[in-house]
Design a protein around this ligand. Structure first.
Ligand SMILES: Nc1ncnc2c1ncn2[C@@H]1O[C@H](COP(=O)(O)OP(=O)(O)OP(=O)(O)O)[C@@H](O)[C@H]1O
Ligand SMILES: [Mg+2]
Length: 463
């Protein structure tokens, strides 16, 4: 595509000369006879460069320059001045013009200046593109989910991101609260400023103030030099108060003061420092209960809970399982250099039926382990269930009884049969798989009327 130049001059002859020069050099040239007309054409054509005469009747070149909307990739403005009005050219540069040319115009100089201006436009565009790519990684597209509830949440996040509203994120562990907080930040006008997450449950009470507000030299033993606190470091950005429900009462009042006054005082410091940070809080607690118990301040609660966004547990949105599994498969294939294509239909059914007490985080770690451990291209039910149900943890079996209960005898029968199958029908081996006494195992087989395949006599093992 040809670069576009808009020539603005109230003298028709000048316009024509410039147009001829620029057209001849391969530019797409438009002309305007006044500043007003130029504004209309600039909005319509979005030229790379505007070459405007300084002195014009009505709106002059500088007024035009200042009336252009401030967009990310604004056109470069070159001001043309009569010889001897260098002072106004300098003024134009100060107000944002890229360059100036003096009359009488020299053809080569015009072309050189315009070319440079176009190149700069290209660089600007490239910068904008790169920046966008970076932000997209944290954008709402990074939140996977196609269930109606997640779609609604993504829309809501997009809406609140633009405003500076204080948001409270609520949801069980692993539902994506921190992810949502980052998405808000990176889709807000604050995206170029810091995002800081503070885990309120993890900061010891004695350090809370100095961590958050910073300190002056000698404020307490060990306070060497001045230190900025996390809030000050986040200036202009977004602060996530994670696990806010776990904040001790004394800290709650200190935090409340910051939110009310929008300023902090470093420990040992006298002057107040103005702070401009957007507050997002996250909790997996039911704060209304904490209010009733008197362990959470009501005034702080209302300050934080301006817009409440509830992230639903994964078990309430089974439609998100498939896209999440795909997303994590891609992620961990990449990370581990594997080529796991899919999850078998039975395995998928098991994933959809599972209760997911650890929500998306747990699903992610199951897929991560399965991709790492599996040799197959398709993850089988066994791959998945061996991770989900038989995960040994601290030497104890982690097993989650579903809400709706289960048929225990059917489960036991399945376990016995699988153990037999896996050990090729050798009962003694199967018993060992189940960490079970051989006699007790045989007793159970009999109880459930399971045939052991007659392979059980393995000599030395059958005591
Ligand atoms: N909708 C989603 N799409 C993609 N990844 C997700 C989604 N929800 C959560 N995750 C991933 O799951 C993991 C846990 O999410 P996150 O840390 O945001 O949860 P959390 O609600 O803050 O949990 P906790 O209360 O335990 O701190 C992260 O790796 C996150 O990227
Ligand atoms: Mg979290």
């Amino acid at each position: 595509m040809k670069p576009m130049v808009l020539v603005v001059d109230d003298e028709p002859l000048q316009r024509e000369i410039m147009k001829t020069i620029l057209d001849g050099a391969g530019y797409e040239t438009h002309t305007a006879g006044s500043g007003r007309e130029a504004l209309v054409l600039a909005a319509k054509f979005k030229p790379e460069v505007i070459l405007t005469d300084l002195k014009m009747a009505g709106m002059d070149g500088i007024e035009l320059l200042e009336s252009l909307p401030a967009t990310e990739v604004a056109p470069a403005v070159i001001i043309v001045t009569a010889h001897g009005t260098i002072a106004s050219a300098v003024d134009a540069l100060k107000r944002g013009a890229l360059d100036y040319l003096t009359k009488p115009l020299d053809k080569d100089k015009v072309l050189f200046t315009v070319r440079k201006a176009c190149e700069r436009g290209e660089i600007l565009k490239e910068n904008v593109r790169l920046k966008k790519e970076l932000f997209d990684r944290f954008s709402l597209e990074g939140i996977v989910g196609q269930s109606p509830r997640m779609t609604e949440i993504v829309n809501l996040l997009r809406k609140v991101a633009g405003a500076s509203a204080t948001v409270m994120l609520r949801g069980e562990s692993g539902t994506g609260k921190e992810l949502a907080a980052r998405a808000i930040h990176y889709n807000s006008p604050r995206r170029a400023r810091p995002f800081t997450a503070i885990n309120c449950a993890a900061i010891p009470e004695s350090l809370f103030e100095s961590e958050l507000f910073g300190h002056e030299p000698g404020a307490f033993t060990g306070a060497v030099g001045r230190r900025e606190g996390l809030i000050e470091m986040t200036q202009g950005g977004t602060l996530l108060l994670d696990e806010v429900g776990d904040l001790p009462m004394a800290m709650q009042s200190k935090l409340l003061r910051v939110l009310q006054d929008r300023e902090i005082r470093r420990v040992g410091g006298k002057e107040a420092v103005k702070v401009d940070v957007r507050i997002i809080s996250a909790t997996n607690k039911n704060l209304e209960i904490e209010l009733e118990k008197g362990t959470f301040r009501e005034d702080l609660y209302y300050r934080l809970n301006v817009v409440l966004i509830e992230l639903p547990p994964l078990r309430e949105r089974p439609d998100d399982i498939v896209p999440l599994v795909d997303f994590f498969l891609r992620k961990y294939n990449n990370e581990f250099g594997r080529r796991v294509r899919a999850v078998s239909p039975e395995a998928l059914r098991a994933l959809r039926d599972y209760r997911w007490p650890g929500n998306v985080r747990q699903l992610e770690s199951v897929i991560e382990r399965a991709v790492l451990l599996s040799e197959a291209e398709v993850l089988s039910l066994e791959d998945i269930s061996s991770i989900l149900f038989a995960r040994r943890f601290d030497g104890r079996l982690q097993f989650e009884l579903p809400d709706e209960g289960l048929d225990y005898e059917a489960l036991e029968r399945t376990v016995l049969q699988q153990a037999l199958q896996r050990s090729g029908g050798v009962a003694s081996k199967a018993a060992r798989l189940l960490r079970m006494n051989y006699k007790a195992f045989l007793y159970r087989l009999e109880k459930f009327g399971i045939k052991d395949g007659g392979n059980e006599r393995e000599g030395e093992e059958s005591k």
